[in-house]
Design a protein around this ligand. Structure first.
Ligand code: COA
Length: 327
Protein backbone atom coordinates (compact mmCIF):
# COMPACT_ATOMS: atom_id res chain seq x y z
CA UNK A 1 0.00 0.00 0.00
CA UNK A 2 1.36 3.36 -1.02
CA UNK A 3 -0.59 5.37 1.51
CA UNK A 4 -3.19 5.88 -1.20
CA UNK A 5 -6.86 5.28 -0.44
CA UNK A 6 -8.31 1.91 -1.31
CA UNK A 7 -11.33 2.31 -3.56
CA UNK A 8 -12.97 0.51 -6.49
CA UNK A 9 -12.89 1.06 -10.22
CA UNK A 10 -14.90 -0.56 -12.97
CA UNK A 11 -12.61 -3.09 -14.67
CA UNK A 12 -15.10 -4.65 -17.09
CA UNK A 13 -18.65 -4.32 -18.37
CA UNK A 14 -21.00 -6.48 -20.43
CA UNK A 15 -24.59 -6.67 -21.57
CA UNK A 16 -27.00 -9.25 -22.92
CA UNK A 17 -30.24 -8.56 -24.74
CA UNK A 18 -32.75 -11.04 -26.09
CA UNK A 19 -33.06 -11.04 -29.88
CA UNK A 20 -36.82 -10.62 -30.12
CA UNK A 21 -38.01 -7.03 -30.53
CA UNK A 22 -41.49 -5.90 -29.50
CA UNK A 23 -42.25 -2.60 -31.24
CA UNK A 24 -44.89 0.00 -30.47
CA UNK A 25 -46.64 -1.12 -33.66
CA UNK A 26 -46.81 -4.65 -32.21
CA UNK A 27 -48.33 -3.25 -28.98
CA UNK A 28 -50.95 -1.33 -31.00
CA UNK A 29 -52.30 -4.74 -31.98
CA UNK A 30 -52.39 -5.97 -28.36
CA UNK A 31 -53.87 -3.02 -26.38
CA UNK A 32 -55.55 0.34 -27.04
CA UNK A 33 -52.39 2.43 -27.49
CA UNK A 34 -50.39 4.14 -30.23
CA UNK A 35 -46.79 4.61 -31.27
CA UNK A 36 -47.39 8.36 -30.95
CA UNK A 37 -48.60 8.14 -27.33
CA UNK A 38 -45.78 5.83 -26.22
CA UNK A 39 -43.10 7.85 -28.04
CA UNK A 40 -44.26 11.19 -26.66
CA UNK A 41 -45.21 10.17 -23.12
CA UNK A 42 -42.45 7.66 -22.42
CA UNK A 43 -39.85 7.75 -25.21
CA UNK A 44 -39.82 4.02 -25.94
CA UNK A 45 -39.83 2.68 -29.52
CA UNK A 46 -39.20 -1.00 -28.88
CA UNK A 47 -38.18 -3.41 -26.15
CA UNK A 48 -36.57 -6.86 -26.14
CA UNK A 49 -38.48 -9.94 -25.04
CA UNK A 50 -36.79 -13.12 -23.82
CA UNK A 51 -37.27 -16.26 -25.86
CA UNK A 52 -39.07 -19.23 -24.39
CA UNK A 53 -36.62 -20.91 -22.04
CA UNK A 54 -34.41 -17.81 -21.85
CA UNK A 55 -34.32 -16.82 -18.18
CA UNK A 56 -32.85 -14.05 -16.04
CA UNK A 57 -29.87 -16.26 -15.14
CA UNK A 58 -29.03 -16.86 -18.81
CA UNK A 59 -29.01 -13.13 -19.62
CA UNK A 60 -27.05 -12.41 -16.43
CA UNK A 61 -24.45 -15.07 -17.23
CA UNK A 62 -23.94 -13.77 -20.78
CA UNK A 63 -23.49 -10.18 -19.59
CA UNK A 64 -21.15 -11.37 -16.83
CA UNK A 65 -19.02 -13.44 -19.23
CA UNK A 66 -18.46 -10.33 -21.38
CA UNK A 67 -17.56 -8.22 -18.34
CA UNK A 68 -15.09 -10.88 -17.20
CA UNK A 69 -13.50 -11.00 -20.65
CA UNK A 70 -13.07 -7.21 -20.73
CA UNK A 71 -11.56 -7.17 -17.23
CA UNK A 72 -8.96 -9.79 -18.11
CA UNK A 73 -9.67 -11.52 -14.79
CA UNK A 74 -10.06 -15.25 -14.36
CA UNK A 75 -13.44 -16.47 -13.07
CA UNK A 76 -11.70 -17.79 -9.92
CA UNK A 77 -10.61 -14.23 -9.08
CA UNK A 78 -14.20 -13.06 -8.52
CA UNK A 79 -14.81 -12.77 -4.78
CA UNK A 80 -18.51 -11.96 -4.80
CA UNK A 81 -21.41 -12.02 -7.26
CA UNK A 82 -24.33 -9.68 -6.60
CA UNK A 83 -27.41 -9.76 -8.83
CA UNK A 84 -30.07 -7.07 -8.69
CA UNK A 85 -33.28 -8.63 -9.96
CA UNK A 86 -37.03 -8.66 -9.36
CA UNK A 87 -37.58 -11.51 -11.79
CA UNK A 88 -35.25 -14.32 -10.67
CA UNK A 89 -35.62 -17.73 -12.32
CA UNK A 90 -36.80 -18.81 -8.86
CA UNK A 91 -36.43 -17.54 -5.29
CA UNK A 92 -33.72 -20.08 -4.58
CA UNK A 93 -31.16 -21.01 -5.71
CA UNK A 94 -30.41 -17.35 -6.44
CA UNK A 95 -29.57 -16.02 -9.89
CA UNK A 96 -26.11 -15.26 -8.47
CA UNK A 97 -25.65 -19.02 -7.84
CA UNK A 98 -26.59 -19.78 -11.44
CA UNK A 99 -24.11 -17.18 -12.69
CA UNK A 100 -21.39 -18.63 -10.47
CA UNK A 101 -22.03 -22.04 -12.00
CA UNK A 102 -22.05 -20.71 -15.58
CA UNK A 103 -18.77 -18.81 -15.11
CA UNK A 104 -16.99 -21.33 -12.89
CA UNK A 105 -16.45 -18.57 -10.34
CA UNK A 106 -15.73 -21.12 -7.65
CA UNK A 107 -14.33 -18.67 -5.08
CA UNK A 108 -17.24 -16.23 -5.15
CA UNK A 109 -19.89 -15.53 -2.55
CA UNK A 110 -23.33 -15.29 -4.15
CA UNK A 111 -26.31 -13.08 -3.39
CA UNK A 112 -29.39 -11.67 -5.13
CA UNK A 113 -30.48 -8.17 -4.20
CA UNK A 114 -34.13 -7.15 -3.95
CA UNK A 115 -34.17 -3.40 -4.55
CA UNK A 116 -36.26 -3.31 -7.75
CA UNK A 117 -34.90 -0.87 -10.34
CA UNK A 118 -32.26 0.39 -7.89
CA UNK A 119 -30.78 -3.13 -7.54
CA UNK A 120 -27.65 -2.44 -9.57
CA UNK A 121 -26.74 0.67 -7.55
CA UNK A 122 -27.34 -1.20 -4.29
CA UNK A 123 -25.04 -3.95 -5.58
CA UNK A 124 -22.39 -1.50 -6.77
CA UNK A 125 -22.46 0.25 -3.39
CA UNK A 126 -22.04 -3.02 -1.48
CA UNK A 127 -19.21 -3.97 -3.84
CA UNK A 128 -17.46 -0.69 -3.10
CA UNK A 129 -17.92 -1.18 0.64
CA UNK A 130 -16.43 -4.69 0.63
CA UNK A 131 -13.49 -3.56 -1.51
CA UNK A 132 -12.87 -0.41 0.53
CA UNK A 133 -12.91 -2.46 3.72
CA UNK A 134 -10.12 -4.58 2.25
CA UNK A 135 -12.22 -7.79 2.39
CA UNK A 136 -12.45 -8.36 -1.35
CA UNK A 137 -10.71 -7.41 -4.60
CA UNK A 138 -13.15 -8.18 -7.40
CA UNK A 139 -16.93 -8.01 -7.15
CA UNK A 140 -19.21 -8.81 -10.09
CA UNK A 141 -22.41 -6.75 -10.02
CA UNK A 142 -25.25 -7.59 -12.38
CA UNK A 143 -28.72 -6.24 -13.11
CA UNK A 144 -30.84 -8.80 -14.95
CA UNK A 145 -34.56 -9.03 -15.64
CA UNK A 146 -37.14 -10.91 -17.62
CA UNK A 147 -39.88 -8.35 -16.98
CA UNK A 148 -41.99 -9.87 -19.74
CA UNK A 149 -42.77 -12.69 -17.29
CA UNK A 150 -44.51 -10.32 -14.84
CA UNK A 151 -46.20 -7.87 -17.22
CA UNK A 152 -49.96 -7.97 -17.63
CA UNK A 153 -50.13 -7.84 -21.44
CA UNK A 154 -53.74 -6.62 -21.23
CA UNK A 155 -52.89 -3.55 -19.09
CA UNK A 156 -51.85 -0.65 -21.34
CA UNK A 157 -50.79 1.43 -18.33
CA UNK A 158 -47.85 -0.89 -17.67
CA UNK A 159 -47.27 -3.32 -20.55
CA UNK A 160 -45.80 -0.68 -22.86
CA UNK A 161 -43.09 0.27 -20.38
CA UNK A 162 -40.99 -2.79 -19.65
CA UNK A 163 -38.41 -4.93 -21.43
CA UNK A 164 -35.95 -7.75 -20.77
CA UNK A 165 -32.16 -7.60 -20.59
CA UNK A 166 -29.05 -7.74 -18.44
CA UNK A 167 -25.95 -5.69 -17.78
CA UNK A 168 -22.88 -6.42 -15.67
CA UNK A 169 -19.91 -4.54 -14.25
CA UNK A 170 -16.89 -5.78 -12.31
CA UNK A 171 -15.69 -3.52 -9.50
CA UNK A 172 -12.02 -4.07 -8.72
CA UNK A 173 -9.75 -2.78 -5.98
CA UNK A 174 -7.91 0.40 -6.97
CA UNK A 175 -5.55 2.57 -4.94
CA UNK A 176 -6.13 6.23 -5.62
CA UNK A 177 -6.97 9.48 -3.88
CA UNK A 178 -8.92 10.85 -6.83
CA UNK A 179 -10.13 8.07 -9.15
CA UNK A 180 -12.70 5.30 -9.00
CA UNK A 181 -15.82 5.36 -6.85
CA UNK A 182 -16.03 8.69 -5.03
CA UNK A 183 -19.31 8.55 -3.13
CA UNK A 184 -22.63 6.77 -2.83
CA UNK A 185 -26.13 7.43 -1.58
CA UNK A 186 -28.68 4.71 -0.87
CA UNK A 187 -32.22 5.48 0.22
CA UNK A 188 -35.74 4.17 0.51
CA UNK A 189 -39.24 5.06 1.65
CA UNK A 190 -41.51 2.16 2.56
CA UNK A 191 -44.39 4.59 3.12
CA UNK A 192 -44.92 4.57 -0.64
CA UNK A 193 -45.16 0.78 -0.91
CA UNK A 194 -48.56 1.02 -2.63
CA UNK A 195 -47.29 3.00 -5.63
CA UNK A 196 -45.54 0.11 -7.34
CA UNK A 197 -45.67 -3.56 -6.41
CA UNK A 198 -45.61 -7.06 -7.80
CA UNK A 199 -48.66 -9.15 -6.95
CA UNK A 200 -48.50 -12.84 -6.04
CA UNK A 201 -44.73 -12.76 -5.87
CA UNK A 202 -44.30 -13.96 -2.30
CA UNK A 203 -46.21 -15.41 0.65
CA UNK A 204 -48.87 -12.67 0.61
CA UNK A 205 -51.97 -13.62 -1.38
CA UNK A 206 -53.69 -11.16 -3.74
CA UNK A 207 -57.14 -12.74 -4.07
CA UNK A 208 -58.40 -10.00 -6.42
CA UNK A 209 -55.56 -10.31 -8.95
CA UNK A 210 -55.30 -13.50 -10.97
CA UNK A 211 -51.62 -13.36 -11.81
CA UNK A 212 -48.16 -12.13 -10.95
CA UNK A 213 -48.35 -8.60 -12.27
CA UNK A 214 -46.73 -5.19 -11.95
CA UNK A 215 -49.23 -2.76 -10.37
CA UNK A 216 -48.43 0.94 -10.57
CA UNK A 217 -49.76 4.43 -9.93
CA UNK A 218 -47.82 5.92 -12.83
CA UNK A 219 -48.06 9.64 -12.22
CA UNK A 220 -47.30 9.39 -8.49
CA UNK A 221 -44.30 7.18 -9.28
CA UNK A 222 -43.25 9.80 -11.83
CA UNK A 223 -43.16 12.60 -9.24
CA UNK A 224 -41.29 10.51 -6.67
CA UNK A 225 -38.79 9.42 -9.31
CA UNK A 226 -37.90 12.97 -10.33
CA UNK A 227 -37.58 14.21 -6.74
CA UNK A 228 -35.54 11.30 -5.41
CA UNK A 229 -33.25 10.94 -8.42
CA UNK A 230 -32.46 14.65 -8.30
CA UNK A 231 -31.77 14.55 -4.55
CA UNK A 232 -29.61 11.41 -4.83
CA UNK A 233 -27.51 12.99 -7.59
CA UNK A 234 -26.98 16.16 -5.55
CA UNK A 235 -26.15 14.06 -2.49
CA UNK A 236 -23.37 12.05 -4.20
CA UNK A 237 -21.94 15.16 -5.82
CA UNK A 238 -21.78 16.91 -2.45
CA UNK A 239 -20.24 13.77 -0.96
CA UNK A 240 -17.51 13.92 -3.59
CA UNK A 241 -16.95 17.67 -3.16
CA UNK A 242 -18.31 18.32 -6.65
CA UNK A 243 -21.22 20.17 -8.26
CA UNK A 244 -23.43 19.33 -11.24
CA UNK A 245 -21.12 21.48 -13.38
CA UNK A 246 -18.38 18.85 -12.85
CA UNK A 247 -20.49 15.99 -14.23
CA UNK A 248 -19.25 14.59 -17.55
CA UNK A 249 -21.99 11.98 -17.92
CA UNK A 250 -25.19 11.15 -16.04
CA UNK A 251 -26.49 7.63 -16.55
CA UNK A 252 -30.00 7.68 -15.09
CA UNK A 253 -32.37 4.76 -14.70
CA UNK A 254 -34.24 4.46 -18.00
CA UNK A 255 -37.93 4.55 -17.04
CA UNK A 256 -39.30 7.51 -18.99
CA UNK A 257 -37.55 10.19 -21.10
CA UNK A 258 -39.69 12.83 -19.37
CA UNK A 259 -38.42 11.69 -15.94
CA UNK A 260 -34.84 11.78 -17.25
CA UNK A 261 -35.42 15.19 -18.82
CA UNK A 262 -36.87 16.64 -15.62
CA UNK A 263 -33.95 15.37 -13.50
CA UNK A 264 -31.40 16.66 -16.02
CA UNK A 265 -33.13 20.05 -16.17
CA UNK A 266 -33.07 20.43 -12.37
CA UNK A 267 -29.38 19.53 -12.37
CA UNK A 268 -28.76 21.98 -15.22
CA UNK A 269 -27.22 19.26 -17.41
CA UNK A 270 -27.33 19.64 -21.22
CA UNK A 271 -28.59 16.69 -23.33
CA UNK A 272 -25.09 15.61 -24.38
CA UNK A 273 -24.19 14.90 -20.75
CA UNK A 274 -27.14 12.57 -20.20
CA UNK A 275 -27.16 9.02 -21.51
CA UNK A 276 -30.51 7.85 -22.91
CA UNK A 277 -31.16 4.52 -24.64
CA UNK A 278 -34.73 3.87 -23.46
CA UNK A 279 -36.04 4.05 -27.06
CA UNK A 280 -34.33 0.73 -27.83
CA UNK A 281 -34.96 -1.32 -24.70
CA UNK A 282 -37.70 0.25 -22.55
CA UNK A 283 -37.41 -0.11 -18.78
CA UNK A 284 -35.32 -3.20 -18.02
CA UNK A 285 -35.52 -2.45 -14.25
CA UNK A 286 -32.24 -3.30 -12.50
CA UNK A 287 -30.53 -3.79 -15.87
CA UNK A 288 -30.97 -0.29 -17.34
CA UNK A 289 -27.87 1.26 -15.76
CA UNK A 290 -25.31 -1.48 -16.50
CA UNK A 291 -26.64 -1.83 -20.07
CA UNK A 292 -26.35 1.94 -20.51
CA UNK A 293 -22.86 1.98 -18.96
CA UNK A 294 -21.77 -0.69 -21.42
CA UNK A 295 -23.17 1.29 -24.37
CA UNK A 296 -21.69 4.58 -23.13
CA UNK A 297 -18.26 2.91 -23.20
CA UNK A 298 -18.90 1.35 -26.63
CA UNK A 299 -19.77 4.84 -27.90
CA UNK A 300 -16.62 6.40 -26.40
CA UNK A 301 -18.63 8.67 -24.12
CA UNK A 302 -16.46 8.07 -21.03
CA UNK A 303 -12.76 8.82 -20.83
CA UNK A 304 -10.19 8.83 -18.04
CA UNK A 305 -10.85 11.60 -15.55
CA UNK A 306 -14.54 12.00 -16.42
CA UNK A 307 -17.05 12.29 -13.58
CA UNK A 308 -19.83 9.73 -14.04
CA UNK A 309 -23.00 9.76 -11.95
CA UNK A 310 -25.31 6.74 -12.00
CA UNK A 311 -28.72 7.40 -10.50
CA UNK A 312 -31.74 5.13 -10.03
CA UNK A 313 -35.16 4.81 -8.56
CA UNK A 314 -37.59 1.94 -8.11
CA UNK A 315 -40.36 0.17 -6.24
CA UNK A 316 -40.17 0.16 -2.48
CA UNK A 317 -39.55 2.97 -2.82
CA UNK A 318 -35.84 2.52 -3.31
CA UNK A 319 -33.38 5.03 -4.70
CA UNK A 320 -29.66 5.57 -4.92
CA UNK A 321 -26.75 7.09 -6.80
CA UNK A 322 -22.99 6.71 -7.15
CA UNK A 323 -20.33 9.16 -8.35
CA UNK A 324 -17.27 7.70 -10.08
CA UNK A 325 -14.18 9.38 -11.50
CA UNK A 326 -13.54 7.21 -14.51
CA UNK A 327 -10.24 5.44 -14.91
N1 COA B 1 -51.62 4.31 -24.50
C1 COA B 1 -52.51 5.31 -24.65
N2 COA B 1 -53.06 5.97 -23.63
C2 COA B 1 -52.69 5.61 -22.39
C3 COA B 1 -51.77 4.58 -22.16
C4 COA B 1 -51.24 3.92 -23.27
N3 COA B 1 -50.34 2.93 -23.16
N4 COA B 1 -51.59 4.46 -20.83
C5 COA B 1 -52.37 5.38 -20.23
N5 COA B 1 -53.03 6.07 -21.19
C6 COA B 1 -54.01 7.15 -21.00
C7 COA B 1 -54.65 7.13 -19.64
O1 COA B 1 -55.72 6.24 -19.59
C8 COA B 1 -55.08 8.57 -19.49
O2 COA B 1 -56.27 8.75 -20.21
P1 COA B 1 -57.42 9.73 -19.65
O3 COA B 1 -56.76 11.09 -19.62
O4 COA B 1 -58.48 9.57 -20.65
O5 COA B 1 -57.75 9.20 -18.30
C9 COA B 1 -53.99 9.35 -20.21
O6 COA B 1 -53.33 8.40 -21.05
C10 COA B 1 -52.98 9.97 -19.28
O7 COA B 1 -52.62 9.03 -18.31
P2 COA B 1 -51.55 9.33 -17.19
O8 COA B 1 -51.36 8.11 -16.37
O9 COA B 1 -51.89 10.62 -16.52
O10 COA B 1 -50.28 9.58 -18.13
P3 COA B 1 -48.85 10.03 -17.74
O11 COA B 1 -48.48 11.21 -18.52
O12 COA B 1 -48.65 10.06 -16.25
O13 COA B 1 -47.98 8.83 -18.31
C11 COA B 1 -46.76 6.93 -17.48
C12 COA B 1 -48.12 7.53 -17.77
C13 COA B 1 -46.95 5.57 -16.86
C14 COA B 1 -46.01 6.79 -18.81
C15 COA B 1 -45.97 7.90 -16.56
O14 COA B 1 -46.76 8.24 -15.45
C16 COA B 1 -44.71 7.27 -16.04
O15 COA B 1 -43.78 7.02 -16.78
N6 COA B 1 -44.63 7.04 -14.71
C17 COA B 1 -43.50 6.44 -14.12
C18 COA B 1 -43.55 4.96 -14.37
C19 COA B 1 -42.28 4.29 -14.02
O16 COA B 1 -41.23 4.79 -14.31
N7 COA B 1 -42.35 3.10 -13.42
C20 COA B 1 -41.22 2.31 -13.11
C21 COA B 1 -40.41 2.95 -12.04
S1 COA B 1 -38.90 2.14 -11.89
Amino acid sequence: MSGCKLTARVSGVGKALPERRLTNADLEKMVDTSDEWISQRVGIKERRIAAEGEYTSHLASRAAADALKMSGLKAEEIDLILVGTSTPDMVYPSVACQVQKALGAVNAGVLDISAACTGFIYGASLAWGMIKAGCMRNVLVIGSEVNSSVVNWKDRDTCILFGDGAGAAIFSAHESETEGVLSIKLGGDGNFDELLYLTNSGCRPFPDVAGRYIMMQGNEVFKQAVRNMYECAINVLEGAGLTAADVSLLIPHQANTRIIGAVAKRLGLPDEKVFVNIADYGNTSAATIPIALCEALEQGRLKKGDVLVIDAFGAGLTFGAMAIRWT
